[in-house]
Design a protein around this ligand. Structure first.
Ligand code: SF4
Ligand code: SF4
Length: 265
């Protein structure tokens, strides 16, 4: 039986070792529980083959002796789980499915998010209170339209993921969602961010808004490219098929393809 992906709900955290959580029940040497939170290894399933140690590019595991355990006498311990780059190699290659990796965005991405909100809110408030910097009315109204279009894309994970994966965190993707906005583009939330930033630039028409948004947009796009590599490892051919069906973030192409699919049905 594979590791329970809902172990954080279904099990109790009984202690910590070197800052890494231990999820019970633990009755040594027969029952050892799960080690780790975002990189979790079920020691009661693990057979100690060592594949995870070999494939991990971050080399975040080391061995622990587990003398007397029925499946193996040594187990991988995710001692530096915070350094996981979410490549999913260990999870995909573990022969007994003893590992569960929970996706976490890179630190640069997390740091850019508040800056993005500041850019959007600041630009919109500027546009409303002082009017567009360049005084161009048509781009100002186009900006509002783009902003409104971007909102449902931005909220896509909150709208579609809880239903598709039974209330589990959107950070812990366990299924490929291809309905709603995910049937138009593969990364609706990032597209939503880009649309909100672009719309707010047009609303404020201020150079500072554009200067802030540009590097954030590049960072988000690079993040999407990296995330896709990880998703291919995680979901394999299912994700490749989804890639063929739905474009990455091309809104127009996505709508055309969606309409074609609907026509065929
Ligand atoms: S997902 Fe990749 S980086 Fe993270 S622990 Fe597994 S092999 Fe290492
Ligand atoms: S790949 Fe799986 S079975 Fe092998 S050591 Fe790692 S967790 Fe254990």
């Amino acid at each position: 039986m594979p590791i329970d992906p809902n172990f954080q709900k279904n099990r109790k955290k009984v202690s910590k070792e070197a800052g890494v959580a231990i999820w019970g029940p633990v009755v040594p040497p027969q029952k050892l529980g799960i080690r780790g939170s975002n990189v979790a290894v079920d020691w009661d399933i693990c057979t100690g083959c060592g594949i995870c140690l070999n494939v991990c590019p971050a080399q975040l595991y080391n061995w622990r002796e587990t003398t007397g355990h029925p499946t193996s006498e040594k187990k991988p311990f995710p001692i530096r789980e915070s350094e996981c780059t979410c490549c999913y190699q260990c999870e995909a290659q573990c022969p007994v499915q003893a590992i569960h990796v929970v996706f976490g965005p890179p630190k640069t991405f997390t740091a850019a998010v508040p800056l993005m909100f500041a850019q959007i809110i600041g630009s919109v408030v500027y546009g409303i209170v002082l009017g567009p910097y360049l005084g161009l009315n048509i781009p100002f109204y186009v900006g509002w339209i783009i902003l409104v279009v971007g909102l449902p894309f931005f909220f896509s994970p909150a709208i579609y993921f809880p239903k598709a994966q039974e209330g589990k965190s959107v950070m812990d993707t366990t299924v490929i969602v291809d309905s709603g906005t995910y049937g138009i583009v593969r990364h609706p939330q990032i597209l939503g961010c880009l649309l909100l930033m672009f719309g707010s630039i047009l609303i404020s028409q201020h150079w500072l808004s554009a200067i802030i948004a540009l590097p954030i947009s590049v960072l988000f796009y690079r993040y999407v490219l990296n995330e896709e590599k990880d998703l291919v490892v995680k979901f394999g051919d299912d994700y490749r098929r989804y890639m063929q069906k739905v474009p990455r973030m091309d809104l127009l192409l996505g709508i055309i393809r969606l309409l074609r699919r609907k026509k065929r049905l």
